[in-house]
Design a protein around this ligand. Structure first.
Ligand code: AKB
Length: 314
């Protein structure tokens, strides 16, 4: 049994992770965010608490008063926004994580799950089938905070025995809450625009290939990682992926269902970030150590996204 706190519950992942956790047999699931949830989301949450993760005392009280034993820490500034506000990115991504690890150490929490990102890799990393253990020399500030975050998590594990676990998430494709400020956001925006306007102007080049994961797989992975038997875990940080495709391949897949959909390409500064990331990821360690398996390929996620979005938007 677990009492779980989700920090950043109103974001792209949190808004789907909270209802998924609520549907399972845990003692309690507390959603928290510094943003007020929109009404539809608030109605889904069994409980909601205001929390700015940079406010250590607020976090400490929330954990103490509710006997929290597990935290999903999802609050972070993504790659493109981090590039616009590097100092803010460092502050939120590093000090937010430090507060969570500190509270974890103080109350001897059972688990902390914190997503890292494919942004830990950089131009000197092998670009295809990128291994778990490889060169980590990112050029984006977001990537730098994720590498430093990974090292900090490992430090708390080795020094204090805190059970911190992490997955390096690729782009996440989802239909409930829009991502914001990321480089892989195009792969979500394209679906909204295809359904609502039959056209999309993509901010990446058509042949840009990036690793992606469908939200239903992402939620499954985060919950499996939380539940994984510690005895079987030889690593703390795992590569994770579903499928890799180019912008053009995704557009072609959407065209199969919306034949008059058209796409234009106007790459902006996010192209530089995308070019520094791998095209495909080797996630075999996650598969071996905690039985990770993705379900959705490009065809399947496209069909599911279009179905879910049509229900929500039309
Ligand atoms: C982003 O694009 O910044 C994120 C990520 C890959 O971490 N989706």
């Amino acid at each position: 049994m677990k009492t779980i706190l989700i920090i950043g519950a109103c974001g792209q992942i949190g808004s789907e992770l909270v209802p998924a956790l609520q549907s399972l047999d845990f003692d309690a699931v507390y959603a928290s965010d510094k943003k007020k949830p929109p009404r539809e989301l608030l109605e889904k949450f069994h409980s909601f608490h205001y929390l700015d993760v940079l406010d250590y005392d607020l976090l400490d009280n929330l954990v103490k008063d509710n006997n929290i034993d597990t935290i999903f820490h999802l609050a972070s500034l993504l790659s493109a926004k981090s590039e616009k506000y590097p100092q803010m990115a460092w502050n939120l991504n590093m000090n937010g994580l430090l507060n969570v690890l500190e509270v974890g150490r103080k109350y001897n929490l059972k688990r902390i799950i914190w997503p890292s990102s494919i942004a830990v890799f950089g131009p000197t990393t092998p670009k295809r089938n990128t291994p778990n253990e490889t060169i980590l020399q990112p050029t984006s500030i977001y990537g730098i905070t994720k590498v430093a975050g990974e090292l900090l998590c490992k430090y708390y594990f080795n020094r204090y025995g805190l059970d911190v676990r992490s997955v390096r998430l690729p782009g996440i494709i989802s239909s409930e809450t829009l991502p914001g400020g990321g480089t892989t956001d195009y792969a979500v925006e394209i679906f909204y625009e295809a359904i609502q306007n039959n056209q999309y102007t993509c901010f990446l080049e058509k042949d840009t290939i990036l690793p992606m994961l469908y939200m239903k797989d992402c939620i499954k992975a985060l919950i499996h990682l939380m539940e994984a038997d510690s005895v079987k875990l030889k690593h703390r940080i795992f590569n994770l992926t579903g499928v890799s495709f180019s912008c053009e391949q995704l557009a072609d897949e959407i065209k199969k269902h919306i034949p008059n959909f058209s796409i234009k390409y106007q790459p902006d500064e996010r192209q530089l970030i995308a070019d520094s990331w791998p095209q495909s990821i080797d996630d075999s360690l996650a598969r071996i150590e905690w039985g990770w398996e993705h379900a959705y390929n490009l065809e399947e996620l496209t069909i599911d996204m279009l179905q879910c979005l049509r229900k929500r938007l039309l």
